[in-house]
Design a protein. Structure first.
Length: 146
């Protein structure tokens, strides 16, 4: 049976935070919730997740936004995707990527895209993306100003 994917709205952000802290451990839960609700959401960031146990945290979370460019037109950009370690290996990442594709098609997007860090610790995530027919479409360069 496929797990249900729910939208996680403002006021429910805490459901997503434990999984997102796996991806971004530098944030305390309260700070992450504040940033998501006061900075990211007003700029179009949305959350969806799989919550396998009522009242429990999301086992797998997807943070995304719509964006527009001359290159791709309207696209569905996956900003964050994380699964709690105790829920890995259950296919949740694959299910939520399928949901993202269906949602992007529903919203008339021309592409889905995401950035992923590199390194051996990311190889299992890369296998999931490649298995879903994501391709390496460009190099993403960063010039940090900190």
């Amino acid at each position: 049976m496929q797990p249900d994917i729910i939208g996680i709205s403002e006021g429910e952000t805490e459901l997503a935070v434990p999984a997102l802290q796996v991806l971004w451990p530098k944030y305390e839960a309260a700070e992450m919730t504040r940033i998501i609700d006061t900075v990211l959401r007003p700029n179009g960031y949305r959350l969806a997740g799989i919550v396998p146990e009522p009242g429990g945290p999301a086992a797998c979370v997807l943070g995304f936004r719509l964006q527009y460019s001359l290159w791709l037109g309207k696209s569905f950009y996956i900003v964050d995707m994380a699964t709690l370690p105790e829920y890995r290996g259950r296919g949740y990442a694959s299910v939520i990527l399928d949901w993202a594709k269906a949602e992007a098609e529903r919203l008339d997007c021309k592409a889905l895209h995401l950035d992923s860090a590199v390194g051996p610790e990311r190889s299992s995530a890369h296998r999931v993306y490649m298995g879903k027919r994501y391709q390496i479409g460009c190099h993403h360069f960063v010039h940090k100003l900190e």
